[in-house]
Ligand binder design. Sequence first.
Ligand code: DUC
Ligand code: ZN
Ligand code: ZN
Ligand code: ZN
Length: 469
Amino acid sequence: MRRLIRGGMLVDDAKIVRSDLLIEGECISQVAINIIPEPDMEVIDASGLYVMPGGIDVHTHFNIDVGLARSCDDFSSGTRAAACGGTTTIIDHMGFGPTGCSLHHQLKVYHEYAAQKAVIDYSFHGVIQHVDDAILDEMRAMVEEEGISSFKLYLTYQYKLDDPAVLRALRRLKEVGAMATVHPENDAAIALRRSEFLAQGKIAPLYHALSRPLECEAEAIARMINLAKLAGGSPLYIVHLSNGLGLDYVKLAKAAGQPVWVETCPQYLLLDEQCYQRDDALKFILSPPLRPKSEQDKLWVGITEGSLDVVATDHCTFPYAQRQILGKEDFSRCPNGLPGVENRMSLLFSEGVMSGRISASRFVELTSTKPAKLFGLWPRKGSLLPGADADLVLFDPRQNDVIRHQNLHDNADYSPYEGFVCRGKPVLTLSRGDIIARDGHFTGQAARGKFIHRQPFQHQEKEAQYGQS
Ligand code: DUC
Ligand code: ZN
Ligand code: ZN
Ligand code: ZN
């Protein structure tokens, strides 16, 4: 099967060129100014459309049990929603398993969750619940045999790691060619503040935010950067950055040549702490919490100047009905997380590209190419090079789209972005050459997604540098 995408504006992370693109089977086979259609080619007219690498969302939590509740999107609903919004690959986070369980135990659980369900290609980040010799020994096999080349360290929640455990993990991850990703928040400071608020009867959602101020996050970012340096310069990826002070610490480290990268999410760019004054404030409980509007502006500077590397979602769905039951009497009983996997591409296209803050190439870098390079997927994913998987999203800048939860495909009962007007719309999503979504509806086959065996980090770092030169 050959598909010819004609007359579109092809966008990669470096340039925009009006060009045609030919797909043969699952891969891109040719990119050229004028490809003559042949009888066996299905022609897709892309005039007026941006043709870009499909989105890569490296931060989702399908099926995760956070103790208070289990998130209600699985690999079927979550990846369908992703596809409808122009995302063609996800890296989900393995959730916590039984105390003391091995890395391979959780990998098996997650393979079972995803197989026969995912409709787009996928991988997993490992999760380091505890550190001992057995876990450290397993890491190499995870990278070399299982294709899992990144691991999450939590500094808060049930399985938070202490500094010696973090140091030991970072040293070994560097050795085996894996990226450490971190949820940085100072758990002890948060626990103290939370217990003080609750003792005073301060149970409203606003106190969720006040119990974890930005200093808790920024302190933990600085600590992780220094521990990564002490570990010999292990590669470090900071997830869901919500504030400017944390970004300043990252910029210092980057300026000193330390291998540190940072992600933010649409909610931190577009929503702010005013949401905690609303009657439905429980809809916005997540960690880190939403910040003052002034922090949004600092993150947008990072997006435009290049110090922020990736925009992902942290998609983690708990319905409003459930939040009300669990969290009405006590903010700390409300499970944390926001949905958004279907809206990431549209929101950043609208508020980034259409608003004139960033170029379409920078959009591709943030949503697809950089995550692919950092997490061992490039150039198979995140590129328009011949030989790459034909994972594409076609955006129409002439169409507006109003976000309504009733039109989304996740299992939530609300959208935090309800009523938001997006300028520009993903009108076609292709995954390995298949048309899997059109005009916001899923058109692909069930369970067609494949597990992607990712490359070790070291290898990708070299390619990434090569690609940027
Ligand atoms: N924060 C959330 O709000 N939800 C899931 C995990 C996380 O770190
Ligand atoms: Zn987190
Ligand atoms: Zn997360
Ligand atoms: Zn639909």
